[in-house]
Ligand binder design. Structure first.
Ligand code: AMP
Length: 304
């Protein structure tokens, strides 16, 4: 099965304690699509400006990502500038330039409208709903967001949340969205806004899933070298949704496997700047790291 994603395609300028890059390929939908493309066909909905180079389009096409829904308009591509301290868990946004996203009205190509799995990556919640309205009968809808929209477009975001099955956000965002510092209480409040499943990403501390009164915890892969956490959340979502779209099984046991695939893709992504690591993985490496996650978390029950 294939999935459709709306989100940002961007030029990112990023500084971490280990280096800096200027105007490299980024954006929530770019990271998501690349990670998901190892599992399923991906149809991308986004907008770019006249300054977007052909080589990035060639790359997306090389990952077999359908870019019929990637519109090019007069103007400048979205830009984001961020910085991380030694505590790599939270980006400090230095600058956000919406540029061509300011006037973007997504129009899905006819071929995208019968997709069954939809991911609303981090983007204006108004645009998230506009895309969703054009998909005929989705079976699974998930979404992401960030503090920029929680603070700036809260009402619209709450309207989007009523329409989604799964919300993926990080711990800081969960606290800000719910106004509740304790994550278990924050999760309960957020689930009452609409999504049946909530996944809270906690950077190097892994991820927590809240669903029907149950909690599942996945660790992050213990890496020796982390260069750039930008896009980790989107790659997590890409691995997670890509696996679910591939299997079309939304039972909890399969959602748990999908969380591990999400963690695998995020762990690869943070090993290099931009998409440098995840642009050319092979499925064997992905499966190998999935197995390592299994060993990492295995323990016997008390009777064995
Ligand atoms: P992540 O590190 O997974 O949370 O996402 C990082 C990506 O989000 C970067 O590549 C940015 O281009 C993109 N991004 C940052 N701010 C925004 C925003 N306000 N709307 C959409 N995308 C954004």
């Amino acid at each position: 099965m294939s999935l459709v994603v709306v989100g940002s395609v961007a030029f990112d300028s990023v500084k971490t304690p280990f280096g800096a890059v200027d105007e490299v390929l980024g954006g929530s939908a770019t990271y998501f699509s690349t990670a998901a493309s190892y599992f399923t066909d991906v149809s991308l909905v986004a907008v770019i400006g006249t300054d977007f180079p052909e080589k990035h389009l060639t790359f997306l096409k090389s990952r077999k990502i359908d870019i019929d829904g990637l519109e090019r308009v007069q103007g400048r591509t979205f830009r984001w500038k961020g910085e991380y301290g030694y505590e790599l868990n939270e980006a400090k946004t230095l600058d956000t330039q919406l540029n061509v996203f300011q006037t973007f009205r997504p129009k899905l190509p006819e071929s995208y409208r019968d997709r069954k799995v939809v991911f609303l990556a981090n983007i204006d919640p108004d645009l998230q709903r506009e895309v969703l309205e054009q998909v005929k009968q989705p079976e699974l809808v998930a979404c992401d967001t960030m503090n920029f929209w929680i603070a700036g477009k809260r009402e619209s975001l709450i309207r989007t949340l009523k329409l989604v099955d799964i919300l993926l956000i990080n711990d800081g965002e969960a606290r800000e969205l719910s106004g509740e510092p304790n994550l278990v209480k924050a999760a309960r409040a957020i689930l009452s806004y609409g999504p049946g499943t909530l996944i809270i990403k906690r950077g190097e501390y892994g991820a927590l899933m809240f669903r029907e009164g149950r909690i599942f915890a996945a660790p992050a892969y213990p890496l020796e070298a982390v260069f750039d956490p930008t896009g980790a959340g989107d790659c997590f979502a890409g691995g997670f949704m890509g696996y679910l779209a591939n299997t079309m099984n939304f039972e909890e046991s399969n959602i748990r496997k999908a969380i591990i695939f999400g963690s695998v893709m995020a762990s690869f992504n943070v090993e290099a700047f931009s998409l440098d690591k995840i642009k050319s993985l092979d499925y064997g490496e992905i499966r190998g790291r999935y197995e390592e996650f299994r060993k990492l978390t295995h323990f016997e029950d008390l009777t064995s």
